[in-house]
Design a protein around this ligand. Structure first.
Ligand code: ADP
Ligand code: MG
Length: 570
């Protein structure tokens, strides 16, 4: 290359490189998956750009990925004839990390290998994973549609800086050469590479090719000198997974595809693959991950599905097709109902998008319902709930039309178990309701222990009436939108009049009235003493051990909500 220049990596890149090299050692073969995935993305991007401008193919429209190795030199090369990069692209893409929240993410890393490996895996390690196996990486690239003189060469040892220069390059697209570390030379091997391609990248729609050299033999079985012929053989399945019929796809293939779409090391909990024909025409493949992404609670965290229109890749993270409370769902949507020129702006207005969104929402909720049903004896649904439950709790507020469905998926702590594990459904509760009990009772507090030990529960415990114990930040918001389940109203035991319905017997009521009469004097004195700071003082039969408690009027905002509003300056 000419006119070379050496530049420093962004600080975050340096940090990430360091951590990655150390913590991903036992998963180091993922470098190949990442490079193939980038090459496939580059092919997708060229195909998309060429829809408007065929000339971008430069006469070579057979998109492909090639993998070569040289075991003597200890190199592995991954090459594509996709979109390629110009100088600015290279500097931006291979010198910085554009993802939002990177700095916070790096802070979360603990230095514990296993934990960090998981986090980094979720973060999406991408191109930089090359440096787990290579001590020098060379990238040669040229953006499709530019002059041959506009090629770029990028080199780095992954130690703080990279060198970039100009390069004459006939072919458009990108070639990445890894100079393997001594302890990673095992990857410069035909069968190892083939195996990795089949394991991780089988479903990539672009063919992944490897060279096969054949030598003619003479009658004695010896090689004929100079007779080598190299052919490029496709190693992967090379059809988009979601296009294939369900019955032909194995669980392992579904899982491998998930890892590709979600940038995750671990298996998904479940998935749902559907082809829909008729008024709407689309194929969707949706997954429930087993782990939360690092940016689940960030406003601009990545969410949504990978969008294809008639098999042409359009965009990652198309967030218009799923509601916010299902932002943990990953997957692919391929539809005929949108135009190939669709943009994020158009997606916001297209009425077809809303129809597909409500269909995918229903699919997702059904998938969760099935997961709950199927995992009666296994941990899968509980894992889901522990990981994403507090996100799903946003649902009844965000999506009234599916309130009942979502309510069926909720899990709570309750006085039935008195355990912090949220594993009781509303249906479980209803089944256990006392004769004569008409309401579902709950309490909201700052923490699980505060809820569990609340004096408001005394009377309920005494009478053996179950109360749901809520203490997530989102719970008050949830309950303000979830007022009924299965025809029974949900009632906060800390608010308004306590009505235990027919669970109370007449005698008790009478006794209570008598007590109230007898204590009128006391009530008056307490009322005077407290003055303006309370609305009303009453004799209560809520309590069995504590002398007094504070109760909110029925339609008053709860304590949690008050605090949230106060924090927001209201
Ligand atoms: P991600 O793929 O999640 O964006 P990566 O670290 O894998 O993150 O890649 C960073 C960026 O580098 C890509 O988004 C892309 O713009 C660019 N890039 C990487 N490999 C290629 C390639 N083979 N061809 C074109 N661009 C590439
Ligand atoms: Mg990538």
């Amino acid at each position: 290359a000419t006119r070379e220049e050496t530049l420093g990596f962004q600080t975050e890149v340096k940090q990430l490189l360091n951590l990655m090299i150390n913590s991903l050692y036992s998963n180091r073969e993922i470098f190949l998956r990442e490079l193939i995935s980038n090459a496939a993305d580059a092919c997708d991007k060229l195909r998309y750009a060429a829809l408007d401008n065929d000339a971008l193919y430069e006469g070579d429209s057979e998109l492909r990925i090639e993998i070569e190795h040289d075991s003597n030199a200890g190199t592995v090369t991954v090459r594509d004839n996709g979109i390629g990069m110009d100088r600015d692209d290279v500097i931006n893409n291979l010198g910085t990390i554009a993802k939002s929240g990177t700095a916070e993410f790096l802070q979360q890393l603990s230095g514990e290998q296993q934990k960090d490996a998981r986090l980094i895996g979720q973060f999406g390690v991408g191109f930089y994973s090359s440096f787990i196996v290579a001590d020098e990486v060379t990238v040669r690239t040229r953006k499709a549609g530019t002059d041959a003189a506009k090629g770029v060469e990028w080199r780095s040892a992954g130690e703080g800086e990279f060198t970039i220069g100009e390069l004459e390059r006939e072919a458009h697209g990108t070639e990445i050469v890894l100079h393997l570390k001594d302890n990673a030379r095992e990857f410069a091997d035909d069968s190892r590479l083939q195996h990795l391609v089949r394991t991780y990248s089988d479903h990539i729609e672009v063919p992944v090719k490897m060279p096969k050299t054949e030598t003619a033999k003479d009658d004695d079985g010896n090689d004929v000198e100079g007779s080598e012929v190299t052919t490029w053989e496709t190693v992967n399945e090379a059809t988009a997974l979601w296009v294939r019929p369900k019955g032909e796809i194995t669980d392992d293939e579904y899982k491998a595809f998930y890892k590709h779409v979600a940038h995750d090391f671990s298996d998904p909990l479940t998935w749902s693959h559907n082809k829909v024909e008729g008024k709407l025409e689309y194929t969707s493949l949706l997954y429930v991950p087993g782990r939360a992404p690092f940016d689940l609670y960030e406003r601009d965290g990545a969410r949504g599905v990978k969008l294809y229109v008639q098999r042409v890749f359009i965009m990652d993270d198309a967030e218009q097709f799923l509601p916010l409370y299902l932002r943990f769902i990953k997957g692919v949507l391929d539809t005929r109902d949108l135009s190939l020129n669709v943009s994020r702006e158009i997606l916001q207005q297209d009425p077809q998008v809303d129809k597909i969104k409500s269909a995918l929402t229903k699919r997702s909720l059904d998938m969760l319902k099935k997961l709950a049903k199927d995992s009666k004896d296994s941990e899968a649904y509980q894992t889901f709930w522990n990981t994403f439950g507090s996100v799903l709790k946003e649902g009844p507020g965000e999506d009234p039309s599916n309130r009942e469905k979502i309510a069926g998926l909720l899990r709570f702590s309750s006085t039935h178990t008195d355990s912090a594990t949220q594993d009781q459904s509303l249906a479980d509760y209803v089944e256990r309701m006392k004769e004569g009990q008409q309401k579902i009772y709950y309490i909201v507090a700052d923490g699980f222990n505060a809820a569990k030990n609340s004096p408001h529960l005394e009377i309920f415990r005494k009478k053996g009436i179950e109360v749901l114990l809520l203490s997530d930040r989102v719970d008050e918001w949830l309950m303000s939108h979830l007022t009924e389940f299965d025809g029974k109203s949900l009632t906060d035991v800390a608010k308004g009049e306590l009505d235990l319905g027919e669970v109370e017997d007449e005698e008790e009521k009478k006794a209570q009235e008598e007590t109230a009469k007898a204590k009128e004097e006391l009530v008056k004195r307490v009322q005077e003493a407290l003055g303006e700071s309370v609305q009303e003082v009453k004799v209560t039969h809520r309590l069995t051990a504590s002398p007094a408690c504070v109760v909110l009027p029925e339609h008053e905002m709860g304590f949690q909500m008050r605090r949230i509003m106060e924090a927001a300056g209201q």
